[in-house]
Design a protein around this ligand. Structure first.
Ligand code: GLU
Length: 367
């Protein structure tokens, strides 16, 4: 278990490419999947929370429907293939995980679900809760409804976004290639790059376009884009070959993109030049708890300023001045209603099931 051991990486996202899941005849590679389910079980038993980003819906559905070009000849074909393949894929995941005593949970998300802040909070909260509950979320893009302009299109970047939303520490992209080479690996003399400290123009130039298997849509370009997103979010990312059985338990050759250690990188997306829509003032106790990395609970909040909506960026100020920024789980009116109140009073005050915090630590950047 050399790659991302549980002690160093409490939350791991594993992305599995289409070519690993679907054989050329259009069947699910079940024996291989059973192996990966065993790998996941070993990791969860060791205390690691694991979510899977699984491709393969389009490849699987296209073969079942007899569609040309792997179901990618038109958007309508891809959507029909995804709808047909996804239900089969989900069933197989549920089976192989259940055989290991694990509960699968399906999440289908669109680009908008992760780009728009209010919906991002919803998706992140669901994902966090599923992981806390000990399920193995199996995630894919909701390809049957997403239209071209609003699609991720490749699950590499989706996996990186999921890592960001889950506050994960590592991402493994399992596909048919064991990492980055300094040129097209088919060319003689191509050198494998084991570790990338910084993604600069030189690294970008090494990426070859296209996916070798022709099944998935993510080539090296989308893998490097994913590494950039994951690294900026504070998660390391590995590109590893999934060909051999048990790829998560063996020390297979890979390329590791190391997370940036500078700026509280996971929070870069929050900071991102946005202006805060309001301020939540907190007492000294809450201010101290925040500096220890906790979430902001309503009990420690004393006053709200501004007319912010759920998902808006707010400033958090302690008695001595600004201490953090983060995405508010409530709008200003609701937040004001909860000031100083304990969590067990919230449901009655709001009239609906409350969120765990005013601002969750995963969506907060200390100043
Ligand atoms: N979401 C696509 C599917 O399930 C895969 C996207 C990709 O190839 O990365 O088929």
């Amino acid at each position: 278990m050399s790659l991302f051991p549980p002690a160093a990486c409490p939350r791991l996202i594993v992305k599995i490419g289409s070519a690993l899941l679907v054989d050329p005849e259009g069947g699910v590679r079940r024996a291989w999947l059973e192996g990966i389910a065993q790998d996941i079980a070993a990791r969860t038993a060791a205390g690691q929370q694991v979510a899977v980003v699984s491709s393969g819906a389009i490849a699987l559905g296209a073969r079942r429907l007899g569609l040309a070009k792997g179901g990618r000849a038109s958007l309508e074909d891809a959507q029909a293939a995804a709808a047909t393949g996804q239900i089969a894929l989900a069933g197989v995941w549920a089976d192989v995980l259940a055989a290991q005593g694990l509960t699968a949970a399906q999440m289908l998300v669109t680009l908008g679900d992760l780009e728009e802040r209010r919906r991002y909070l919803n998706a992140a909260a669901t994902l966090g809760r599923l992981l806390q509950l000990g399920t193995v979320p199996v995630i894919n893009e909701n390809d049957s409804v997403a239209t071209e302009e609003i699609r991720f299109g490749d699950n590499d970047r989706l996996a990186a976004r999921i890592a960001q939303a889950a506050g994960a520490h590592g991402v493994v992209l399992l596909s048919d290639i064991d990492g980055l080479y300094d040129r097209n690996p088919a060319q003689p003399g191509a050198q494998h790059i084991p570790r990338v400290e910084r993604i600069d123009a030189g690294i970008e130039a090494m990426a070859d376009r296209g996916s070798a298997s022709g099944m998935g849509s993510g080539g090296m370009v989308s893998k490097i884009a994913a590494a950039r997103i994951a690294n900026a979010a504070g998660a390391a990312l590995a590109i590893a070959s999934g060909h051999a059985p048990h790829p998560l338990s063996t020390a297979a050759r890979h390329t590791l993109f190391v997370a940036e250690r500078t700026a509280p990188a996971r929070k870069a997306w929050l900071a991102g030049g946005l202006t805060a829509a309001g301020t939540i003032h907190v007492d000294a106790g809450a201010a101290h708890a925040l500096t220890e990395g906790r979430s902001l609970l309503a009990a420690g909040a004393t006053r709200v300023e501004g007319a912010f909506a759920r998902g808006d960026l707010v400033a958090i100020a302690g008695p001595a001045g600004p201490i953090a920024r983060g995405l508010s789980e409530y709008d200003a009116v609701e937040a004001a209603r909860l000031l100083g109140r304990r969590s067990d009073e919230h449901a009655a005050l709001l009239g609906y099931a409350p969120r765990a915090a005013l601002v969750h630590r995963n969506h907060m950047a200390l100043l």
